[in-house]
Design a protein around this ligand. Structure first.
Ligand code: TRP
Length: 329
């Protein structure tokens, strides 16, 4: 069976781009693969964190996965920090990666030029990500296009390790989303909806109430002429609204365009569809967050199952490298 590993950072209030892009797709695919869903909390400390915030966001993302329909019995939902393999393997891979190749990571270059404090962890981030994936013998890793370089590095590290120390790791394949919705910012439809862009009016959050959602959709920028058709190049604003409508109603942007004469009607339909889509997810998430003990129990179960897969793979890598394994393992 194909094993799929997905990771997402608990970086704050999930937005519609996350839900309709990554999460919806992962959950849909979890029915026909052996899937691991990892909340990569260790990746979230490359910049200083407020501990209360990290705790809240971690629970929040866990609840969001479940609210989106992830079945924690079929799939393994867990926290990266609760399974030691990630940290253990990261060091072995830090010593497999070169300084130069980590320096060439565009995400590192971007982020290190922004912050005044550049942690060593920001630099080694990609080796921790490689550890996440290689610790499970994952075949496929669904990620956004921005993660391509990290996946290529993971493959290079697996191949290099295997060449140096003998066949140890499965070389994974990145699965870059071509289907699934690519939701753009409502105010700046030329860029992806994102929390980090500081565009509150262009970003629909899972925590937005119905009125806020409707307001944001109605104020979305449209395009110069007045016809409603799907053409992301010429009509980015309207096309984004059609993508939203399609994603929320399970159709395609092209067919979602049928029957609309005016932007006003389209916006009203989009607002209603998004509100209907978000409402049950939001309320289910709120219910789940009301019972953190239940969430922690699901995560503990996930961690035990993840650990059972990953620990022997890390021992295999240690053994291949020449570490003496503790007797009894
Ligand atoms: N770096 C990924 C991102 O920012 C998150 C991530 C960490 C990840 N570890 C992973 C994704 C392992 C897939 C597999 O989106």
């Amino acid at each position: 069976m194909t094993r799929v590993f997905s990771g997402m950072q608990p970086s704050g209030d999930p937005h519609l781009g996350n839900l309709l892009g990554a999460i919806a797709l992962w959950v849909a695919e979890a029915t026909h693969a052996e899937s691991l869903f990892c909340v990569v909390d260790l990746h979230s400390i490359t910049f200083p964190q407020d501990p209360r915030d990290l705790r809240a966001r971690t629970l929040d993302l866990t609840a969001t996965f479940l609210a989106m329909g992830l079945d924690p019995e079929r799939s393994i939902l867990f926290l990266q920090s609760q399974v030691p393999a990630h940290r253990e393997l990261a060091w072995l891979l830090e010593c497999t990666a070169s300084y130069g190749e980590l320096q060439r990571m565009t995400q590192f270059k971007d982020k290190s030029s922004r912050g005044e404090f550049v942690s060593a962890g920001l630099f080694t981030y990609p080796t921790l990500m490689a550890a996440d994936i290689l610790a499970y013998d994952a075949d496929q890793v669904p990620v956004g296009d921005d993660q391509r370089q990290h996946i290529e590095l993971t493959r290079d590290l697996a191949l290099r390790f295997n060449a140096r120390y003998g066949e140890t790791f499965v070389v994974p394949t990145g699965v870059y989303r071509t289907s699934g919705a690519r939701i753009m910012d409502l105010q700046h439809p030329e860029r992806k909806m994102s929390k980090s862009l500081d565009s509150p009016q262009g970003t629909i959050l899972l925590s937005d109430d119905d009125a806020a959602i409707a307001r944001k959709v109605k104020r979305a920028v449209t395009d110069a002429d007045t016809d409603v058709r799907y053409d992301p190049e010429a009509k980015p604003g309207v096309s984004n609204l059609l993508s939203l409508l399609a994603a929320c109603t399970d159709s395609t942007p092209e067919s979602a365009a049928a029957g609309f004469e005016r932007y006003g009607d389209l916006k009203a339909a989009v607002a209603e569809a998004v509100v209907e889509f978000v409402r049950p997810v939001r309320s289910r998430r709120a219910e789940l967050l009301d019972d953190p003990t239940h969430l922690l129990t699901i995560l503990a179960d996930g961690a035990v199952r993840a650990d059972a897969i990953a620990a022997p793979i890390v021992r295999r890598a240690e053994d291949a490298m020449g570490f003496l394994l503790r007797r009894g393992i």
